[in-house]
Design a protein around this ligand. Structure first.
Ligand code: TYC
Length: 111
């Protein structure tokens, strides 16, 4: 079979060149929403555990969400963002807190 990505080595073995990755994957922001009931300490713990942030970063994001209504916890590929959202909602549910977490596509910038 002739294929533009197929290379035949001098040994006679045919190998395929890796497909060139032209596009960057679409990225998603994971957002936390404020509510009146979830304890601040719980939100900080979530940020440290699920998003692997430092205590300082976690407190800063939690306070931003608390005062502004929402805040970004991180930007990830679709699969990782979905997993993070599921983990947050799972832990919130387990501890019976109404904490909400969503994801939204990051705006694409022209290069
Ligand atoms: N507003 C909550 C409180 O006063 C704290 C909080 C912060 C809750 C961030 C949710 O995503 C959140 N206990």
């Amino acid at each position: 079979m002739s294929n533009s990505r197929e290379i035949t080595r001098s040994s006679g073995t045919s190998v395929e060149e890796a497909k060139p990755r032209l596009k960057k994957p679409r990225m998603y922001r994971v957002l936390l929403m404020n509510d009146d009931y979830t304890p601040m300490e719980f939100v900080v713990r979530i940020l440290r555990k699920i998003f692997r942030l430092t205590e300082e970063q976690s407190v800063q994001i939690m306070l931003k969400v608390h005062t502004e209504g929402s805040g970004v916890c991180g930007v990830f590929t679709a699969e990782i963002a979905e997993t993070r959202v599921r983990e947050v909602l799972g832990l919130a549910r387990e501890h019976q807190h109404p904490l909400k977490c969503t994801m939204e596509p990051e705006k694409r910038h022209v290069i």
